[in-house]
Design a protein around this ligand. Structure first.
Ligand SMILES: [Zn+2]
Length: 233
């Protein structure tokens, strides 16, 4: 469940990312009544097994069964909640076409929310890894080893969101960032899901990596994410 908004007196339109049908919007009837039979099953973060019936404009939810209520664990902690909200908003924005199957985005999001709820890894690192990987699946894989322009093998010290990754000294463009070498290593590890490297990293490099990821994400989304403003970095 990615997000919901009000419809009429008691209903909501819910936006979902599904395993088989991509992004889907549907109407949940009566969900805002205090006596609603849906309870919290149709809230953001919840992983549900859903049945829909064809409606006049939008499909209508006829049955919902909670598979994993990620909202419980994630909602307990402000940093996890705000980071998780960025994940939902990113998935909503990167899966642009409705009903276009995107099983990889679905699996990445469920895996990311599971890691966020498990509280074993830092919320910023779970978020950054998710953002890099979902951008990669959407076709915007950044390069953190080879020069994004000429392909020369790294390590390189310049980073340009517009160029798609790190740049060698010859290819660097005006306005390229110059992150620490340790930060580039962290970025590559976040993209690859190499957690031992991430966990061993210097906190300064993790923070700098977060700002590089935020800049890279902002470059690829036309409008900024509302939820990003609440994430403490
Ligand atoms: Zn180059």
């Amino acid at each position: 469940m990615l997000r919901t908004h009000k419809l009429g007196e008691a209903d909501r339109i819910i936006t979902l990312l599904t395993r088989q049908h991509g992004r889907v919007r549907a109407v949940a009837k009566g969900v805002r009544r205090t006596t609603s039979r849906w309870g919290s099953r149709l809230e953001p973060f919840t992983h549900v097994d859903l049945q829909l019936a064809e409606g006049r404009n939008l499909d209508v939810v006829t049955q919902a069964e909670t598979l994993t209520p990620f909202s419980g664990e994630i909602g307990l902690d402000y940093d996890r909640y705000t980071s998780g909200t960025v994940m939902l908003e990113t998935a909503d924005r990167l899966v642009t076409e409705e009903r276009q199957p995107s099983p990889q985005q679905f699996l990445l999001l469920v895996g990311g929310l599971r890691a966020m709820a498990a509280r074993e890894r830092g919320p910023s690192q779970v978020l950054d890894s998710y953002l890099l990987r979902s951008l990669a699946v959407a076709g915007y894989a950044p390069s953190f080893d080879h020069c994004a322009r000429c392909g020369e093998e790294g390590p390189h010290r310049w980073f340009s969101p517009a160029s798609g990754g790190v740049l060698c000294a010859d290819c660097r463009v005006p306005g390229s960032a110059n992150p620490a070498a340790g930060t580039i290593t962290v970025l590559g590890a976040l993209l690859a899901g190499d957690w031992p490297t991430v966990e061993a990293a210097d906190p300064r490099h993790l923070r700098e990596a977060s700002s590089v990821v935020a800049a890279y994400l902002a470059w690829h989304l036309e409008r900024g994410l509302r939820s990003m403003a609440y994430v403490e970095r």
